[in-house]
Design a protein. Structure first.
Length: 184
């Protein structure tokens, strides 16, 4: 838990407090950035921009309205979405030929490491990755995603379905490759 005195000192622009806040919260913010980024460099760029926004908006944080970490996560997600909009990356629709069976899903996820799953998510097209993160990780509704990304809720649902299918396909492919390598 972040102490109120640390937040108050950050509001006063005390650099030692800002440094302490950064080091105590960076793993959480970096994990958010990593989910939306396509590579390590973009993760670092997002992280830097998130902290610029966190420190510039910290005076607007009100502890009576909620926890600091929740506020910080919201600022970070909004910053990342703003950066993605600025890049004007178009949403790519990719149709997959293979949809894994339901019974495969559990075994795929159980046998995959977190790093493997994150790497696959990072390789998704930007539209799929953004919708997947907002819907699955952040638990946003498709209506909210649609408003934020300026797309229809049905498009959000479709993108999520396709993102899940791609993740399952890539996991299945990776696991088959790992199995063949172990046999060799």
């Amino acid at each position: 838990m972040i102490e109120q005195s640390l937040i108050d000192n950050c509001k006063k622009k005390i650099s030692s407090a800002e440094k302490e806040l950064f080091f105590s919260t960076a793993p959480l913010v970096k994990s958010i950035c990593r989910r939306y980024a396509s590579n390590a460099e973009e993760t670092q760029d997002f992280l830097q921009e998130c902290y610029i926004q966190i420190f510039s908006k910290i005076t607007s944080f009100d502890s009576d309205k909620g926890a600091f970490k929740s506020w910080m996560c919201k600022v970070s997600i909004n910053t990342i979405l703003m950066l993605l909009r600025k890049k004007k990356r178009s949403t790519q629709l990719i149709y997959v030929d293979f949809l894994p069976e339901k019974k495969e899903e559990a075994s795929l996820l159980e046998s995959a490491s977190l790093d493997q799953i994150v790497a696959i998510i990072q390789k998704l097209p930007i539209g799929y990755r953004t919708v997947f993160n907002l819907a699955i990780i952040e638990n946003w509704t498709h209506e909210d995603i649609g408003k934020e990304l300026n797309i229809k809720a049905s498009t959000s649902r479709s993108q999520l379905t396709r993102a899940k299918a791609m993740i399952k396909q890539k996991l299945s492919q990776q696991l088959k490759e790992n199995y063949v390598q172990r046999l060799a």
